[in-house]
Write a protein that binds this ligand. Structure first.
Ligand code: UDP
Ligand code: MG
Length: 316
């Protein structure tokens, strides 16, 4: 088996050597040929120095160095483009993920012919209040929105078929949702496997408490994009038309009642004295705005044609 092992890292100088020697040992024992892609995501410690040293002694080691810290998603993206192995493994650099789990993931992927086997840190060694509990909530929301049944979407340790990583477009902070992105791309054969986890032996976590706020916002984006991303007019156009019509009908009603009043000889009331006047006005304005948003969305999709939003499985 031919593996590409992708390791994004930010200031993890103390872990890299042990990580690589354990990967090397596991791959040798299982007769896997492998390449490792370290992606240095703008480290300010000596991580790059350590990687250079390791690359000199291991021909399997390749590395990418970012000019600054762009984020884990970008690091994964860069290495996904480079990966040559039939099976692609991603794992964190902090030794919280065990290289010894790789053969189990690979076997499950091959035997079950899965697109993705995602790790599940059933027993987690992270802070209960700041990480484990919010993470449970977050995973429940992700399951609900995506319909994909995984306990641990954000586990760093995952195995993919090569075609999956070449097709998914990980951007922003979307590394948390790679299975969801993959499922949108038609790779629905996704499963999970329990993996061991341990407390961080060195350094500190690179994601603060705002990870959950960002995670939930991204989830809303995903939900929206998956439903209306390809046809924004269906959302904005419908909402806009409905709103505009309500406003328009209200203003007709306002005008008509004014005419009736005048025909009865009652003067002195301004249309603007009626609160409905403002409601109708606002609804027409908002309706037009929504409609224009939908229209702009459609135009954006048109000009962005070369970004495919489908994935062809096979052609004859
Ligand atoms: N990481 C990265 N870029 C970032 C943040 C993190 O490459 O901007 C790497 C980090 O070095 C580690 C992995 O992503 O290898 C997971 O990060 P961390 O262990 O801090 O996350 P946690 O385990 O706390 O969820
Ligand atoms: Mg970690």
């Amino acid at each position: 088996m031919d593996l590409s092992i992708i390791i994004p890292l930010l200031n993890e100088e103390q872990s890299l050597e042990e990580l690589l020697s354990r990967i090397d040992k596991v791959c040798r024992e299982n007769n896997f040929s492998y390449e490792v892609w370290f992606v240095d995501d703008g480290s300010t410690d000596n991580s790059w120095g350590v990687i250079q040293f390791l690359a000199a002694s291991y021909p399997e080691v390749h590395a990418i160095k970012f000019s600054r810290n762009y984020g884990k998603s970008q690091a994964l993206h860069a290495a996904f483009e480079k990966a040559k192995g039939e099976v692609v493994i991603t794992m964190d650099a902090d030794l919280q993920d065990f290289p010894e789990e790789i053969p189990g993931l690979v076997n499950k992927l091959i035997e079950g012919n899965y697109d993705i086997v995602s790790g599940w840190k059933r027993k987690r060694y992270d802070n209960l209040m700041t990480k484990n509990l919010p993470s449970k909530l977050f995973n429940a929301a992700a399951r609900k929105v995506s319909g994909i049944f995984l306990h641990d979407f954000n586990c760093g340790l995952k195995a993919y078929k090569k075609k999956v990583v070449k097709a998914v477009d990980v951007y922003g902070d979307m590394h948390r949702y790679i299975p969801v992105l993959a499922a949108h791309g038609g790779f629905k054969n996704i499963t999970e496997k329990e993996v061991q986890h341990q407390a961080r032996p060195y350094g500190t976590s690179k994601f603060g408490a705002n990870r959950f706020i960002r995670g939930f916002l991204d989830l809303i984006t995903l939900w929206f994009v998956s439903r209306f991303g390809g046809r924004p007019m269906h959302f904005f156009g419908a909402a806009g038309t409905l709103m505009f019509m309500l406003g328009f009908l209200s203003s007709i009603w306002l005008g008509a009642s004014k005419l009736i009043e005048v025909s009865r000889g009652v003067y002195g009331h301004l249309i603007a004295d009626n609160p409905w006047f403002y409601i109708a006005l606002t609804m027409m304005l908002l309706g037009t705005q929504l409609f224009i948003a939908g229209f702009l969305g459609e135009m954006l999709i048109r000009t962005n044609r070369e970004r495919k939003n489908y994935h062809i499985e096979e052609t004859l």
